[in-house]
Design a protein around this ligand. Structure first.
Ligand code: ATP
Ligand code: MG
Length: 451
């Protein structure tokens, strides 16, 4: 192999250096020099080669790409209806989230109909085999425990795989660069090599990506630009319930989310109603159910609140799953507009199931939970609540009320407290469920807790 020359280029100002430097002499920035393969300079002026001819759009036959199922309906849904051949999908997520588990299952399922390659750069063949045995995967697929990206790309080009999994993009490297695997230059170059091979061979490639402490996919942002689809695997590591979210999708909407559950038999589609709603709701004070939108999906979420007398001077406000500034703001509105004093109580609020929300429709449900806890009056089990609360105490309309009501109806709720301004579009549901429209916080609280 001819020796490949590399150079170090500053990502901020473009300064070129033959060796790595901590500080860029060009712009003075630290840690911006990245290694890249030096391309031979292009000849100044020449006529285009006959191979590179642009063609008119009308001459291109757009065959409808035939998607295939990954075997996990929720994943298909997030991808926009199945796996697209010759596409690159990046799945990012915290350690232990179940990325390898998910993709092992996908590899097993797809191996029934097409040639599948599973590249494990992080785990040994023994570990992958053990996982397959645990998950009960009996289908045969090819396993490669190597991390040379150029070799993987060559395999993809010659072997005609229908699907390939590379676990993970941070662990593969190309020997053409001297930097360590996982560095920005390496990740970019490996992703490029794999992209070209996938497009040339028609193989759908799933890449696993690690995330940084801040939660972004580790490595350069260009990695996300190269990919066709970028998915994030979210959820608390200790909770079984996980959310698969598309942040970029060239073949479908990014509004779709997949709800998954980690079980002993592997990852499967989850039933959020069973996981998120407790049986005790309606019996004990402080619990309220509210329909929440996750992308274009609606799921019922339970909020629980607890109030206890403050021991020290300053009352504590703590929330899990909801921004604590938001909680402080809502409690201020409750005191001023709802007539409930909590200045001598600590308030704790929790969104059950490790779900994190930032939807305004939670406002009213959060306040219902807090008042229920403070007054020790349980909100009836068949009652759901949603609506945004303004600083003046008015209840404002939220998006997609039809979907929320539909979910309430399907889960057997009998009563919904909702913003009056959302009522217009809900005529078809009038005889299926009792709708209680409210326009002010005080009136809303009165419907359940009385004066
Ligand atoms: N025997 C088991 N029974 C049930 N669940 C298990 C078992 N072994 C592992 N798990 C679950 O599988 C998860 C690990 O899955 P997996 O290895 O796919 O994660 P990952 O996202 O690939 O992690 P990493 O980033 O470290 O590679 C663990 O969180 C654990 O909950
Ligand atoms: Mg893994």
């Amino acid at each position: 192999m001819p020796k490949v020359k590399t150079r170090f280029v500053c990502a901020a100002c473009g300064y070129v250096s033959a060796k790595w430097l901590g500080k860029c002499p060009g712009c003075g920035e630290w840690n911006t020099l990245e290694e890249e393969v030096e391309a031979p300079a292009a000849p100044a002026a020449r006529s285009p080669s006959p191979l590179f001819r642009p063609q008119p759009l009308s001459a291109i036959r757009a065959e409808k790409f035939s998607r295939f199922s990954s075997g996990i309906a929720e994943l298909d849904n997030v991808l926009g209806g199945g796996v697209v051949p010759a596409s690159l999908v990046l799945i990012g997520g915290d350690p232990g989230m179940g990325k390898s588990t998910l993709l092992t299952q996908v590899a097993g399922f797809c191996a029934r109909e097409r040639k599948v390659l599973y590249v494990s750069a992080e785990e040994s063949a023994y570990q992958v085999k053990l996982r397959c045995d645990r998950l009960g995967i009996s289908e045969d697929f090819s396993l490669l425990c190597e991390n040379d990206a150029d070799e993987i790309a060559a395999l993809l080009r010659t072997e005609g795989y229908g699907l390939a999994v590379v676990d993970s993009v941070q662990a593969v490297y190309t020997p053409r660069l001297s930097s360590a695997s996982g560095s920005v230059g390496q990740i970019r170059e490996c992703a490029n090599v794999l992209t070209r091979a996938a497009k040339a061979s028609g193989t759908a490639v799933f890449l696993v990506g690690h995330v940084t402490k801040e939660g972004a996919i580790a490595g350069p942002k260009v990695l996300e630009h190269i990919m066709d689809t970028v998915l994030y695997f979210e959820g608390e590591a200790t909770q079984n319930f996980k959310i698969l979210r598309a942040v970029k999708n060239r073949f479908g909407s990014t509004n779709e989310v997949g709800l998954l559950e980690m079980t002993e038999q592997g990852i499967a589609g989850a039933d959020p109603a069973r996981l998120l709603l407790s049986e005790n709701r309606g019996k004990s004070a402080g619990a309220v159910a509210t329909p929440a939108m996750e992308g274009s999906r609606c799921m019922m979420v339970e909020l629980q609140a607890l109030t206890v007398p403050t021991v020290f001077g300053l009352p504590r406000r703590m929330s899990l799953g909801l921004d604590h500034n938001k909680l402080a703001l809502l409690l201020a509105v409750l005191e001023k507009r709802g007539g409930v004093k909590l200045s001598d109580s600590d308030v704790y609020l929790n969104v059950m199931g490790g779900i994190r929300v930032n939807e305004p429709s939670f406002d009213l449900a959060a306040l219902f939970a807090v008042v229920s806890a403070a007054k020790n009056i349980a909100v009836p089990k068949e009652t759901a609540v949603f609506g945004e609360v303004g600083l003046t105490g008015e209840i404002r309309a939220v998006s997609l009320p039809e979907k929320r009501i539909k979910e309430c109806v399907s889960l057997g709720f009998e009563r919904v407290v909702l913003p009056k301004s959302n009522l217009k579009s809900l005529a078809p549901y009038k005889n299926k469920i009792e709708l209680i429209p409210v326009s002010h916080l005080y009136a809303a609280l009165k419907t359940v807790f009385g004066e």
